[in-house]
Design a protein. Sequence first.
Length: 133
Amino acid sequence: MFGRTIRVEEQPAFVAGVYGDVAGFVSYGEFEADEFMIVALAVRPEYQGCGIGRALVSAIERMAKKESKKRILVATSNDDLPALALYQLSGFQLFEVAPNAVAAKHGRLEKGIGNIPVRDELRLQKSLVQRKT
C-alpha cells in the first residue's frame, strides 16, 4: 500500500458492532505528519449495504479532523468496485494509479471480483482542508 509494508494488527482501529456481533472494522495510521491513511476496512457480508462502511470511514474522518490532519489517503485494488464506490461516496477522489503494484506485491496475477485481473493499486484521497470561496 503506497509502496509501504504495513502490519494491520499493529495499527489503531475502530470496530463496528451490531447487537453484540462484530460487523466490521477499519484500521488506520499516520502516513505523513499531516495525513492519515486507511490501512484496512472490512464489513462482514451480512452487514454490507447497511451503512457500516460509511460509518467507519466517518469515524476516521472525525479522528483525523480532531488531530488536525489535512487529508486522508486510502488505496484499493482495481477489481474492488464496491470499495471504490464506498470511498467515492464518502468524498474521496482518485489521484493516482500504481500500475501492476498489486500483482508485483503478490508475485503473480490473480483474478479478483468478477474475475477482473488484479493488477493495479488505485489511490484515493480526501482533503480535510476547508477551501475559501
